[in-house]
Write a protein that binds this ligand. Structure first.
Ligand code: NAD
Length: 471
């Protein structure tokens, strides 16, 4: 029996962030996960391997474009085994490193499957055999999420992929149907298209990346259309059947011409479901809502006073950086510090080519809420850096309060948007206004100047474009 202040169930970004801060705050911590090291889906089967592959995809795409700049590498030859090994090495480096950081903090790591015995106890079926009980003052549940399966069209086949099996990179299918035009579908579609698959995307709503601002999505959508055989919107998959040459898929939707098509492989990426089916949860007062999320308050406390929950299992958005921040809030609260989870801006990044990123208020949200806003846009055609990169397809926009010129939200589409959005997060979190942003000298020539110049657009004084202030 291990006796500790905090027991953390699930060692993804939410779990390890909570465990490590709790330890830094002087608490004793035990953490349980089925994997040999901390990292969770993000590091083993999500954010990290997909970004490694997207990096490779970017190189291939740029090499294909390079003849336009007078450089010709010829056709890229892809050694899939080596690419897979490199991606696996990236994952191994980060997960073992993470394990070492935990050991240095004296966080006790148990590899195995956890079960709740009572509001203070977790029993772990150890991967090495046998079991161990952890008795803790507080439990933090961070069990994450899993891919949603396609209702009514599920078959058993190696050709049917989800994000996990697609990231294993078993082979490069000649033709790949991607079901779901969201984060995962478009990121993995970008990877497989660069590696040589012919991509078709099917999305049940009327647009890709539903929920994000249309002007920004439009730029990504144009590139996705260029790299795909077809993008079928307002379309549903209603059936799948395996044949010797592939999976025959039946579609239903207004835009579909051919209702019955054969694909070498099918990737289903239609969202994720919270892993709240934790064995023994019923022995506590923890409540789960009708979508399966554990109900938490602003301190991430569940209805059971000794139990906290963070990350995907505790609500949307299902993003690693949101989970880490929540984990840190839970650790602070358990350590007796007064804090709440109250971000003004959780950034979202879709790592497609170009990247799409936003934070804080979006135009879509402002419209839905009937909120008065001002919008200042800066087209990357006027950015010297974007021209040198031959990527003027980007755009930066600020969403501002028309009364106070305060920055309420930022949206960026373009190469590197995922890095640039951090400045937007800081601006929104610190309550910066357009004057603050316009007066902050940004380095030239960089894409970050488009942030400063969007603020100048708002004042009708941008250097590189002529947009006089209206009225
Ligand atoms: P998602 O919610 O981003 O997209 C799912 C898409 O599938 C939606 O556009 C939806 O309309 C569509 N869809 C649903 N049912 C369908 C059907 N039957 N037929 C056709 N289309 C259908 O979900 P995801 O891409 O699976 O990603 C899951 C979660 O993982 C995301 O919510 C995101 O939070 C997280 N994620 C984040 C990143 C990142 O931060 N870059 C990357 C990958 C995943």
């Amino acid at each position: 029996m291990i006796s500790t202040h905090v027991a953390v169930l699930g060692a993804g970004p939410g779990g390890y962030a909570a465990a490590y801060l709790a330890s830094d705050l002087g608490l004793t911590v035990a953490m349980v996960d089925v994997e040999p090291n901390p990292g969770g889906v993000c590091t083993y089967r999500g954010c990290i391997p997909s970004k490694a592959l997207l990096h490779a995809a970017k190189l291939v795409t740029e090499a294909r474009h390079a003849p336009a700049w007078g450089i010709d590498f010829g056709q890229p030859s892809i050694d899939l085994a080596k690419l897979r090994a490199w991606k696996n090495a990236v994952v191994a480096k980060l997960t073992t490193g993470n394990g070492q950081v935990g050991k240095m903090r004296k966080v006790q790591y148990l590899q195995g499957r956890g079960e709740i015995v009572d509001p203070h106890t977790i029993r772990v079926a150890l991967a090495s055999g046998g079991s161990e009980e952890i008795r803790a003052d507080h439990l933090i549940l961070c069990t994450g999420s899993r891919p949603t399966t396609l209702p009514g069209a599920t078959i058993q086949s190696d050709r049917l992929l989800d994000s996990t099996s697609a990231l294993d990179l078993p082979r490069i299918p000649t033709s790949l149907l991607i079901v779901g035009g969201g984060y995962i579908g478009l990121e993995l579609g970008t990877v497989y298209s660069a590696l040589g698959s012919e991509i078709t995307v099917v999305e049940m709503t009327g647009d890709l990346l539903p929920g994000a601002d249309r002007d920004l999505v439009g730029v990504v959508a144009r590139r996705i259309e260029q790299m795909s055989k077809a993008v079928l919107l307002n379309t549903k998959v209603v059936g799948m059947k395996e044949e010797s040459a592939g999976i025959r898929v039946s579609f239903e939707g207004a835009d579909v011409k051919d209702n019955d098509q054969l694909f070498d492989a099918v990737l289903v990426a239609i969202g994720r479901r919270p892993n709240s089916n934790i064995p023994g949860l019923e022995k506590t007062k923890v409540q789960v809502d009708r979508r399966g999320f554990i109900v938490v308050d602003e301190q991430r406390r569940t209805s059971e006073p000794s139990i906290f929950a963070v990350g995907d299992v505790a609500g949307e958005p299902m993003l690693a950086h949101k989970a880490m921040h929540e984990g840190r809030v839970a650790a602070e609260v358990i350590a007796g510090n007064r804090t709440v989870f109250a971000p003004r801006a959780i950034p979202a990044v879709v790592f497609t080519d170009p990247e799409l990123a936003w934070c804080g208020l979006t135009e879509t949200q402002a419209q839905a809420e009937g909120r008065k806003i001002s919008v200042a846009r800066y087209p990357w055609g006027a950015s010297g850096r974007a021209v040198t990169l031959d990527r003027t397809d980007g755009s930066t926009k600020l969403i501002l309060d028309p009364e106070t010129e305060r920055i309420l939200g930022v949206g960026i589409v373009g190469v590197g948007a995922g890095e640039m959005i951090a400045e937007g997060v800081l601006a929104v979190e610190m309550g910066a206004n357009a004057t603050d942003l316009g007066l902050a000298i940004h380095p030239h020539p960089t894409l970050t100047e488009t942030m400063m110049e969007s603020a100048d657009v708002y004042h009708g004084q941008a250097i590189h474009i002529y947009r006089p202030k209206k009225g």
